[in-house]
Ligand binder design. Structure first.
Ligand SMILES: Nc1ncnc2c1ncn2[C@@H]1O[C@H](COP(=O)(O)OP(=O)(O)OP(=O)(O)O)[C@@H](O)[C@H]1O
Ligand SMILES: [Mg+2]
Length: 424
């Protein structure tokens, strides 16, 4: 149980951390990419400014004197006249997209990624008359390469941080769970000790009440009634302490015995035992039980598991109802289902029925149970490496399914093994 909580804590912690680191990495990536692009645009603006001074309107027409321009290897400059005709260009990889004087910023991805800006060129001496355009560009390869390196570093950093946090988280969750585990163990020990210590005084009360009732003629009728009430309450208390003790023991030391249990015989015997009780309630109890089913575990605990399910089915199924025990194999697992046509369980209550001391029927119109039967059943199933699940429909019935690992060493090779035996 604590292992599961520990894992859940660890995974929640890692999920939150992944989210935070992810958001942080994305924010860094976006900011960095934005800054790089901004710097590139500033560089291009400066270059365009200096390149525009190189275009002059002479008598022969437009002329470019590009000697004073210092270009980086990944930059290019193009000069255009007012009709958009290319007059001159410098640099190896200029923009190849068609010139458009209205588009100040232009980006192309094929045949190579380039970003460029276009500025109008005006002649100061001619009253700022527009004489042409200059388009400067710079390859985006450098930015892309820087961002690729940043992605790898950020990704690596996030993964490393998660691994280190995971290791730290394992240690932290262990530290955090230790006091809870210790107090839970103390609580279990207390329940086990208290139930154990209550057994003897309860036995004494029970036997004294029985003795008094045996010689009832010597006592008053009203006193005999009181003794009967004492005996009945003591029986209930004894059952409760036994249940609590069993729960505490199955919590503490899961499975002490590892016998080969013949599940076929065990279930068959239970059907036979409960048939009389079912007949009194006019309930049809039947079993379809596979031959030669063996599981390894504790026969007493397994009997208790199926007894709890059967007694529930009998308790919560009205007269003329039907209860059916079915078994089947699924791979290396044995499935035992106890199906009834009883009162059923509301969907909202399904997840609570395995809680200790939980009962849907608080008015106790279906007998005076404690609400421990299913908690015990689940403990036993889990201690045997199995599980217990339920499907139910209010007013239509319930089906409890127990999965247990089959005893692989003793899986039968008999071809009749998968035949059912019908009970009764
Ligand atoms: N077959 C069933 N049909 C309908 N409701 C059921 C069935 N089995 C269990 N329940 C519901 O689940 C609750 C818990 O069952 P559980 O066996 O733990 O306690 P209980 O039967 O009330 O008492 P106890 O088993 O301790 O005598 C029951 O009170 C009942 O409301
Ligand atoms: Mg019960």
């Amino acid at each position: 149980m604590f292992q599961a909580i520990r894992y859940r804590l660890l995974f929640s912690y890692l999920a939150v951390l992944t989210l935070i680191l992810g958001v942080f990495a994305i924010a860094v990536r976006i900011t960095f990419a934005y800054t790089l692009r901004e710097e590139l645009e500033n560089r291009l603006a400066v270059l365009a400014e200096s390149a525009s001074g190189e275009l002059d309107l002479e008598d022969k027409g437009l002329e470019v004197d590009g000697e004073d321009i210092l270009l980086n290897p990944n930059q290019s400059v193009q000069w255009f006249d007012l009709e958009g005709r290319l007059i001159n260009q410098l640099g190896d990889d200029p923009l190849t997209v068609p010139f458009d004087p209205d588009q100040t910023l232009q980006t192309q991805t094929v045949p190579y990624p380039v970003k460029g800006i276009t500025l109008p060129v005006r002649e100061e001496e001619r009253n700022d008359e527009l004489i042409g355009y200059v388009r400067v560009s710079e390859s985006l390869e450098g930015i892309h390469e820087t961002l690729r390196r940043l992605d790898w570093r950020l990704g690596g950093g996030v993964v490393l941080a998660l691994i280190l946090s995971g290791l730290g988280g394992i240690w932290l969750t262990r530290q955090a769970m230790q006091p809870i585990e210790r107090s839970f163990q103390r609580l279990q020990q207390f329940t086990a000790d208290a139930s154990h210590e209550l057994r003897n005084p309860l036995m004494a009360i029970k036997s004294n009440a029985a003795v008094a009732l045996k010689y009832a003629e010597g006592i008053r009728k009203s006193d005999a009634e009181k003794f009967r009430a004492i005996a009945s309450a003591t029986t209930q208390m004894t059952a409760l302490t036994e249940d609590l003790l069993l729960l505490a023991r199955t919590d503490q030391a899961p499975r002490q015995k590892q016998d080969n249990v013949n599940l076929t015989a065990l279930l068959g015997e239970l059907v036979r035992l409960y048939s009389a009780q079912a007949k009194i309630k006019h309930i049809h109890l039947k079993g379809q039980i596979l031959k030669q089913m063996e599981v390894s575990g504790d026969a007493v605990q397994l009997t208790r598991l199926f007894t709890n399910l059967l007694s529930n089915a009998l308790r919560y199924t009205p007269k003329q109802g039907c209860i059916e025990i079915q078994t089947r194999r699924e791979g290396n697992q044995i499935l035992v289902s106890v199906q009834d046509t009883g009162i059923g369980i509301a969907p909202a209550q399904l997840e609570r029925i395995f809680d200790r001391f939980w009962r849907a029927d608080r008015s106790r119109s279906y007998g005076s149970g404690f609400g421990l039967g299913l908690a015990i059943a689940r403990n036993i199933a889990q201690n045997h490496g199995g599980s217990i699940t339920v499907t139910s429909q209010l007013g239509a019935g319930s089906c409890f399914t127990v999965r247990l690992p089959a005893d692989v060493d003793r899986v039968s090779t008999d071809i009749t093994a998968d035949r059912h035996t019908a009970f009764p």
